[in-house]
Design a protein around this ligand. Structure first.
Ligand code: WT7
Length: 702
């Protein structure tokens, strides 16, 4: 175990740091070829979706779907802020993603599955095959598991086509799916099983990651055990086999509880299950995400509004046509994958790539070989992957003959330098980039340029998407005007069809987290009184483009994924020797931010590498590898205010090599220098430049 407290070599100023004092960037214009064929080329689209047109403008989105029964009302805000969309309408998400395409696209691939090992051949799943497989799986869920509309089912599935097939099978019956990212630990999965009240867990025996066939089944046993300890029994574990007919995990199956899906499926061959005519407002799925407090929130998305929103934004922002080949490199276990690998693209009858593994396996040319081989023309990824691919293979894209018309970036702010590499090298100066800003709670893109209509500006997400009206509010709730150099809290003035319904089982937390900050009258039934608080700091330039600065709450965005500080600190505190733990975000060249942990031991306990190792292990086991702290520092005492509050802001300054400022009012000011020396070495290391908002304000009382 390496010494986790060793002082680090100071590197040059990273791009993440440069990003906070950007200059105004020059514009880039979309290629004529793209404009000529674009789905959305009406320059007046934002007039059509002006605030005065709310909510009727969204009829256009609902019209992109097939309804069993038409809706009566576009929007119902009578129980603000629990909005309802397209009420009275009856619809089925699986029908819209699969059945309705059969007439025209039955033999066109819906998905091309690309396994991580390059020696393994791809699998093409046509819309007809998808239809068959979704129906068979739906029959199994209904008849073998006894599941009905409204029941919840937890998945812990990796990136293979079985994941969207199982999602769509649930959607066909109105069963609410809750997919937990496959990289999360068994414990993390177990607590989400409990929170959602699932009695069925669906998993896979194994999957490839970075050249290794990982035993994933072992996580299911831990998940079931954890859920049971929390009071939720799981009576069936359905295990897909990565290689059907062969069990690829060393962990044994549990008799009477665990079943191989592909074996049970034999009893449902060619079974057809009528799609349930679901209420537009029926929940479609849950997606857990981290917040400020310890417990992850089950974000609940509705059927009609959500599907309309992701279908429309896939069509207009990603410019997906049925004859495009689209590849989103995200994992389906995150909201990006739900909205922009599964529901949105399928609603547009796209052909999508599902890639099993890591983008840099076996080398940094892999994504471009995939793009060339399958003629991918729309590409979607995150800044963290862009930075990684650029670092490992800056000239790799040139070696391959592919052509992208559009590219998306999502998940964290992108530095203009990384953006330009993406544009020049990956996009070969021909692809339009959309920097899409949104969140798990939002269903789909909130700020973005429209590829054929808007100029691109590196580092800026752009204006609101059609029908989305963002505003920057200051501490007092006053608007910060465009062109101001002041940052503030980005909010959305109006509801939209993709917004979450609520937090599963915790409506009070939904109101508190997203609306309480700027609502002045809780009794108001007027949506104008309920600006949605996203939780990000942002700036609005004079041209109407938003530049997102990062989280304003104590959420750490690691490689585009949210981790709650309380979750990490709670994991640390499971190590019995630890008295106190504080986690802070540290700027990282590849991942944007990574967590760094400070711990104080109980009296009489001696600091050791062994304790540090157990802190790391606790995070990996309770949350997942993504939460692995970069360093664990064992400190003599935490810097504290006189009232005993840990000053995380001071620790964040030390970790990020920033001035700590005046600490004389602390209860124990001397410990600050002691900790600084431990982290930075004897001579103070201070990196020049502005402090990113999320770090400067980290740990502040909000
Ligand atoms: C947080 C949401 C749904 C997207 C995947 C992450 C940050 C997201 C951008 C962007 C700057 C971004 C925000 C946001 N974020 N996209 N284009 N530019 N920051 O979803 O896990 O719910 O995280 O990711 O901080 O609040 P998520």
């Amino acid at each position: 175990m390496a010494d986790q407290s060793a002082p680090q070599e100071m590197t040059e100023v990273s791009e993440a740091q440069i990003a906070v004092h950007w200059k105004e960037e020059e514009y880039f214009q979309p290629a004529a070829q793209l404009v000529a064929q674009a789905n959305l080329n009406d320059p007046r689209v934002r007039e059509r979706f002006a605030l005065e047109k709310f909510p009727d403008c969204f009829r256009e989105y609902a019209a992109m779907l097939d309804w069993f029964e038409p809706y009566e009302k576009v929007f119902d805000g009578s129980n603000a802020p629990f909005w309802k969309w397209f009420t009275g309408g009856k619809i089925n998400a699986a029908y819209n993603c699969v059945d309705r395409h059969l007439a025209k696209y039955a033999s066109k691939p819906a998905f091309i599955f690309v396994p991580e090992p390059e020696t393994e051949t791809e699998t093409r799943i046509t819309y007809q095959e998808l239809y068959t497989r979704v129906n068979e799986m739906a029959a199994l869920l209904r008849d073998f598991c006894g599941l009905r509309a409204g029941d919840r089912v937890t998945f812990h599935l990796p990136m293979t086509p079985e994941l969207p097939i199982t999602m769509l099978a649930c959607a066909r019956l109105g069963i609410i799916h809750s997919q937990v990212f496959g990289g999360f630990s068994g414990q993390a999965c177990g607590s989400r099983i409990q929170d959602s009240g699932s009695r069925v867990l669906i998993t896979m025996d194994a999957y490839w990651r970075n050249g290794a066939l990982i035993d994933h089944k072992q996580n299911a046993d831990i998940a079931v055990q954890t859920a049971k300890e929390l009071g939720q029994d799981v009576d069936k574990v359905l295990v897909w086999q990565r290689y059907p007919g062969k069990y690829s995990a060393p962990t044994p199956m549990v008799n009477g509880r665990d079943y191989f899906v592909n074996e049970v499926l034999k009893n449902y061959r060619d079974k057809i299950v009528e799609p349930e005519k679901m209420d537009s407002e029926a929940p479609l799925f849950l997606m857990y995400t981290s917040g400020t407090t310890g417990k992850p929130k089950g974000i609940q998305h509705r059927t009609g509004g959500y599907l309309a929103y992701v279908a429309a934004t896939s069509k207009w922002v990603q410019d997906i046509h049925p004859d495009d080949v689209y590849w989103c490199m995200a994992d389906i276990g995150w909201i990006t994958g739900h909205s922009y690998i599964v529901y949105g693209p399928l609603a547009c009858a796209a052909t999508g790539i599902i890639y099993e593994g890591v983008p840099t396996y076996p080398d940094a040319g892999r994504p471009w070989r995939i793009a060339e081989k399958y003629r991918v023309n729309i590409f979607h990824t995150a800044p963290t992957s862009i930075r990684m691919l650029r670092k490992l293979g800056p000239e790799e894209p040139r070696k391959y003959n592919y052509h992208f018309k559009c590219m998306t970036t999502v998940g964290e702010p992108i530095e203009p330098e990384a953006w330009r590499w993406y544009y020049n090298e990956v996009g070969k100066k021909q692809a339009a980039i959309t920097d899409t800003w949104w969140q798990t709670e939002n269903g789909g893109f909130l700020c973005t340029t429209i590829p054929a209509l808007d100029a691109m500006k590196p580092g800026s997400a752009g204006p609101g998407a059609p029908g989305i009206h963002p505003v920057i509010l200051d501490e007092n709730g006053d608007e910060v005007p465009a062109g101001s150099t002041r940052a503030g809290n980005i909010c959305i003035r109006n509801p939209w069809p993709g917004i979450m319904q609520t937090i599963w089982g915790d409506p009070a937390r939904y109101v508190q987290t997203y609306y309480a900050r700027y609502n002045k009258n809780p009794a108001s039934k007027n949506w104008r009184d309920w600006p949605y608080l996203a939780g990000d700091g942002a700036l609005l330039a004079a041209d109407g483009y938003f530049r997102i600065l990062g989280r304003i709450d104590d959420v750490i965005n690691v490689a585009g994924h949210r981790l709650g500080t309380k979750e990490i600190e709670s994991a640390c505190l499971t190590v019995p020797e630890i008295a106190e733990a504080a986690v802070v975000p540290v700027m990282d060249e590849m991942k944007g931010r990574v967590p760094e942990v400070y711990i104080a031991l109980k009296p009489g306990i001696i600091a050791s590498d062994e304790i540090r190792a157990r802190v790391i292990k606790a995070n990996e086991e309770l949350i997942g590898k993504i939460a692995r702290p970069k360093h664990v520092y064992i400190v003599p005492d935490m810097p504290k205010t006189r009232s005993g509050k840990i000053m995380r802001r001071v620790l964040a300054s030390i970790s990020n090599r920033k001035e700590v400022g005046d600490v004389t009012t602390l209860a124990n000011p001397n410990v600050v220098e002691e900790i600084r020396v431990m982290v930075q070495g004897k001579d103070a290391q201070v990196t020049q430049g502005e402090i990113p908002e999320d770090i400067a304000k980290f740990g502040e009382e909000k």
